[in-house]
Design a protein. Structure first.
Length: 337
């Protein structure tokens, strides 16, 4: 295989933009804040919540839907984990079940009632915010089993702590589901062409409900992980995570119109944006600069897609930057890269 073919395939990879951004972030950090890379374990722990929520959004985004309630789902599952039982072996499964129930409700409202996913999950966001405040009485709730929770922050391999291992395991499981299992691959087919999917006998309603359940369940996992890291459940947990996670998924190649998304791309996007955030904070810059930088990157990521170039009628010179197509489309759903 010649170099030109390899370059063409790389440009067509869904995560192309995220890889380029991550490379730039690493170069800048090496030049400006090399200590940030030396403490990679701490840095990764700080972005685990965005990492998990970003991959959680992939099954929903690939369908052309959205879930705005992921941040509030984190808060509610955290509250359940802290309040229901002092035994983590009991409270953690209950928290994850709570997340799954939230996803089921979202999916049923979208599929069976026919409410737009933006409106549905916006309403769920507000509802769960109130529920989290009610469960916690508006104040952080310490975990009763604090001793075991504190062990959660102890590195297991080098600087790698249990939260990072959980994030890697969740990523591997979701990647396998989306690329190797028939049900997961069908999500790409539905997002690319719902009519063709229906004609092919795919149960669109069932798949959409499943996607929302997976999304909320993984978001609930993020809430549990954050709670274990903080050794307390906060009613405002996840308040800033949702937008960053959407940005990470889009930077990682997800299309808001559906049909294209990448679990690995979402992770790379989360790490890249997290690196920018950490670098700016270590440089002592105001938080507003961080928001402006991430907003600008998200805007650029949307513009530098084939759809964005076409809509804005940008010169064809930008064509090579956008990539030929997704590595996960309806046509290629049968074989994952």
């Amino acid at each position: 295989m010649n170099g030109h073919t390899l370059l063409t395939q790389f440009k067509s990879w869904t995560a192309f933009r995220a890889v380029i951004l991550l490379a730039l972030v690493v170069v800048v950090l090496l030049a400006v804040q090399p200590t940030a890379l030396g403490s990679y374990g701490i840095a990764l722990s700080r972005i685990v919540d965005v990492w998990l929520v970003a991959i959680a959004l992939v099954p929903v985004l690939v369908l052309g839907e959205i879930d705005l309630s992921v941040g509030s789902t984190m808060a509610v599952t955290a509250a359940v984990a802290a309040q229901v039982s002092g035994n983590l072996a009991v409270s953690i499964p209950l928290a994850l079940i709570t997340g799954a129930v939230v996803g089921l409700i979202n999916g049923l409202l979208v599929v069976k009632v026919g409410i737009n996913s933006f409106i549905t999950t916006l309403g769920m966001l507000i509802t769960l915010q109130g529920l989290a405040l009610a469960i916690t009485d508006g104040a952080p709730v310490p975990l009763q089993d604090s001793t075991r929770a504190l062990e959660f922050s102890v590195p297991l391999i080098g600087q790698i702590t249990p939260d990072i291992i959980i994030a890697v395991a969740a990523t591997a499981a979701l990647w396998f589901f989306m690329t190797k299992m028939r049900t997961g691959r069908e999500l790409y087919i539905i997002g690319g062409n719902a009519e063709a999917a229906a004609s092919g006998g795919i149960s669109i309603d069932t798949r959409k409900i499943l996607a929302f359940i997976i999304c909320s369940c993984v978001a609930g996992l993020a809430g549990v992980v954050d709670t274990l890291n903080l050794v307390a459940a906060s009613p405002t947990l996840g308040s800033t995570v949702m937008l960053l996670a959407i940005a990470a998924a889009v930077v990682g190649g997800a299309s808001l119109s559906g049909g294209r998304a990448s679990v690995i791309g979402a992770v790379i996007g989360a790490v890249a944006l997290g690196g920018i955030s950490i670098g700016l904070q270590m440089s002592g810059l105001d938080s507003s600069v961080e928001s402006i930088a991430i907003g600008a990157i998200l805007f650029a990521a949307i513009v530098l897609t084939k759809e964005g170039v076409r809509a804005l009628r940008l010169p064809s010179l930008l064509g090579p930057l956008t990539g030929a197509s997704s590595d996960h489309t309806a046509a290629a759903a049968g074989k994952a890269r």
